[in-house]
Design a protein around this ligand. Structure first.
Ligand SMILES: [Zn+2]
Length: 395
């Protein structure tokens, strides 16, 4: 095995990764901008194109990427019309942040912080305190939420500044740790149907002179994972959310801005050995690896002590130019997780971090049988996954 110090650096390969636009056009920049417009102390305008409004609603559609939306105008006539407008900040993409996954993005949205600071930098990451993997979407195994993510949310800061704040989502999310660390502040309202959520979001928006309301829909993502981005089921979901957005937009009270966005996009991966590399069947990739974290297109690889350099070298060799493969400090230096990396977050990041650049996955058929069977996937920095819409309706 080669000595780590002798590994040839690959600055050109890593430099080609389209790093999220933290600070100017990422999901973490949205709520601080709206809060700054509402006069919340300590918040600054990061997305200058957005015009102030007294009542602000963010509708986050899980899994609806910018590229997927633009590719399906027939299923989404209302959203497509918003794409074409040049008013205000309408019709531009934001970058989700790395990795482009729900737990990471919801934390970025709610806290206004980059993944290196809020500390949910993956689907699963190692907890340095226990040495175990932690699933951040399911919060398994349970970890004290406010130790894991100690920062206040933008909703909490806005509520403290007298802004009426509310979240309208599925009842099942009311008390989850992810909701606690990402969306706390104001009142959580659980409603089962999309229609009820839209109606209640409009009501909550009108309930304050200055308001900040968040609402959410999950099944574009769910159907994309199960059936693929171009499936009939996925298209049906797009038709449905297009109607939901219109329903909410038509009920907006005066002096409102509705922002439609998403947590990440999606890419379908063919089911063959060329596009799906099974970690559990690949002795080369497994050598020196203590834990495999992340997800198929955004892996955190935790090496056994002393093996990080070797693991990086082997992963680079095996994966070639199909993945960006970085050591932890290389990924940090390249800005993948944002300009701020808290000390408590550093050890959660993989010793080696592998981000897909082609239509490929690193599955794990034994460790992750369910995830490995998904048609649609996301996580990496390609435009299909990384770009999310920022569409605006104003009254
Ligand atoms: Zn997803």
């Amino acid at each position: 095995m080669a000595q780590p110090a002798l590994d040839p650096p690959e600055p050109l390969a890593l430099a080609s990764a389209p790093v999220p636009e933290y600070g100017t056009g990422s999901l973490a920049d949205l709520l601080p901008t709206l809060a700054a417009h509402l006069g919340v102390p300590g918040c600054t305008v990061a997305v200058p194109e957005l015009a102030p409004a007294d009542r602000n609603c963010v509708f986050l559609i899980d899994g609806l990427g910018w590229e997927q939306l633009r590719a399906h105008p027939e299923q989404a006539p209302y959203l497509t019309a918003l794409l074409g407008s040049s008013r205000g900040g309408t019709g531009r993409p934001l970058t989700a942040g790395y990795p482009a996954t729900t737990a990471t993005s919801l934390a970025s949205v709610g806290t206004g912080l980059v993944p290196g600071a809020h500390g949910l930098p993956g689907y699963t990451v190692r907890n340095p305190e226990t040495g175990e993997l932690m699933n951040q979407l399911r919060w398994n195994p349970w970890t004290q939420p406010h130790v894991w993510q100690p920062y206040p949310t933008i909703f909490q800061r806005a509520a403290k500044a007298g802004v009426h704040t509310a979240q309208v989502s599925a009842p099942a999310f009311a008390t989850t740790p992810l909701t606690k660390v990402a969306l706390s502040g104001g009142t959580f309202h659980g409603r089962l149907s999309g229609e009820e959520r839209m109606d209640l979001a409009a009501e909550q928006l009108a309930a304050g002179d200055r308001s900040l309301v968040y609402t959410y829909y999950s099944e574009v993502d769910g159907n994309g994972h199960r059936y693929g981005v171009d499936s009939d089921a996925w298209r049906g979901q797009l038709v449905y959310v297009d109607g939901l957005v219109q329903r909410l937009a038509e009920q907006l009270p005066p002096r409102s801005a509705l922002y439609v966005t998403a947590d990440h996009g999606m890419i379908d991966i063919p089911f063959d050995e060329l596009h799906r590399i099974d970690f559990d069947e690949d002795w080369e990739l497994r050598a020196g690896v203590a834990l495999l974290g992340g997800e198929g297109r955004a892996r955190h690889v935790y090496a056994v002590p002393g093996a990080a350099g070797d693991v990086r070298a082997v992963w680079r060799e095996v994966l070639g130019d199909r993945f960006w493969v970085a050591g932890r400090d290389e990924a940090i230096a390249a800005g993948w997780f944002g300009p701020q990396i808290d000390e408590r977050v550093y050890g959660r990041l993989g010793d080696v971090i592998a981000a897909a650049r082609d239509d490929v996955l690193i599955t794990a058929s034994e460790r992750e049988p369910n995830e490995s069977a998904m048609v649609g996937n996301h996580g990496s920095m390609t435009p299909l996954e990384q770009l999310v819409p920022l569409l605006e309706v104003r009254t």
